[in-house]
Ligand binder design. Structure first.
Ligand SMILES: [Zn+2]
Length: 390
């Protein structure tokens, strides 16, 4: 086993093994019959620092072709608003951003607030990492690079999809090539501590079922802020709450993480059950959202175009291509307007509000939007793998 991407320790265990999977960002042409190359897809949990991570990634990242979801842009605006309200984004501060290939940049919003973007590598007062860090193979070096740019008093913001959410919602298909780390708050705090930084504030958001924004400073500065907050009887407990949630949902427990595997099987069966029922009822189905999590789900379920004839996606670069590992073509969402299907199976539930508003034709024609994640949950609850309380 290669050493931990954060602490370099070599002891740990595989907690999720999805077997051989195609690269989720390699969309072959429809006339390419495959088979597509496949690669092992496994999550490993470091015993020392607790970072859940991708074991190996022999895939080559493709040019980002996805359209930025409105929900991701909205979360960026929300996050900037909350950080500004906390007084952490003063006008004139120098800012550096480490962004995500999936969108959600803070920079235009920060420029509007009169912060000053600096050139690559230059010192900054504020470093923003919005879903960027998970794309770094060497987690220790990536974090060190970000922190090295901060002078005294500098703030690092890190926004991430939390491992607690992945566990709580059974999101086994969050595991994908190109995403090297899956953060519990405990693991991220340990990564920061190893470089003498500590979080002093945190905010939660609903995107992807639950994301977190942490603000961190040098440990001595963070401790002063937390002490002052306690002196004022301020809540100040957001980070402690997140650590408690890790424990409550089992995000740091290898046994609980191994439960994601059973969820993968149940959701795959749930998807096939639903698609077969739709077909038997004579209902026409179209998928929506050719995202990485759809790739993993369709591969696991072994679904082909016989059950799901096509998946619509907003990114024109994907039209005329097919989903990796299956023969399902990606088509233009214009098809939803031209001939609305009876059911649209949404693979990215965060797009729901956006697509319902964009394609009123579906519901006007008596069609309905179904959510692949909810089908999965229904199936898992039925099989006793998930509590109906979550
Ligand atoms: Zn580690």
């Amino acid at each position: 086993m290669p050493p931990c991407r954060a602490c370099r320790h070599t002891t740990g265990q595989i907690v999720l093994d999805l077997g051989e999977q195609p690269a989720c960002d390699y969309f072959p042409r429809c006339d390419d019959p495959g088979p597509d190359p496949v690669y092992p897809l496994q999550m490993w949990l470091c015993e020392r620092c607790g970072l859940a991570q991708l074991v190996a990634d022999p895939t080559v990242p493709q040019e980002p072709r996805a359209a930025e979801p409105a929900a991701l842009a909205a979360q960026a605006a929300d996050a900037v608003g909350r950080a500004a309200t906390a007084g952490l984004l003063p006008a004139g501060a120098r800012v550096a951003e480490y962004g995500s290939p999936h969108g959600g940049s803070w920079l235009p919003l920060l420029s509007d607030r009169l912060l000053v973007p600096v050139a690559d590598g230059d010192p900054a007062d504020v470093v923003v990492d919005c879903f960027g860090l998970m794309h770094e193979a060497d987690q220790h070096r990536a974090l060190a690079g970000r922190l090295a740019r901060l002078g005294a008093g500098g703030v690092l913001f890190v926004q991430y999809h939390s491992l607690a959410t992945i566990v709580r919602c059974g999101q086994w298909n969050a595991l994908r090539h190109g995403h090297y780390a899956y953060y519990s708050t405990k693991a991220l705090v340990a990564m920061l501590a190893a470089q003498a930084f500590s979080p002093f504030a945190a905010w939660r958001f609903d995107l992807y079922g639950g994301t977190v924004l942490l603000a961190a400073k040098r440990s001595a500065e963070a401790a002063k802020i937390l002490d002052a907050a306690q002196a004022q009887h301020d809540e100040g407990g957001a980070v402690a709450d997140l650590l408690a949630e890790d424990v409550r949902v089992g995000a740091t427990d290898p046994g609980v993480l191994r439960g994601l595997e059973g969820g993968a099987q149940a959701t795959a069966i749930g998807l096939v059950d639903w698609l077969v029922a739709e077909r038997d009822a004579g209902r026409q189905v179209l998928g929506y959202g050719a995202a990485s999590r759809a790739v993993a789900l369709l591969c696991r379920a072994g679904v082909d175009r016989g059950l799901l004839p096509a998946i619509a996606d907003a990114s024109p670069a994907k039209h005329g291509l097919r989903m990796p590992g299956t023969d399902i073509p990606v088509v233009s969402p214009a098809q939803l307007k031209a001939s609305p299907p009876d059911s649209v199976l949404l693979f990215v539930s965060d797009l729901r509000a956006e697509v319902r508003a964009a394609f009123p034709e579906v519901e006007a024609a008596g069609g309905r939007w179904a959510d692949a994640d909810s089908l999965a949950r229904t199936s898992m609850i039925r099989k006793g793998l998930l509590s109906s309380a979550v």
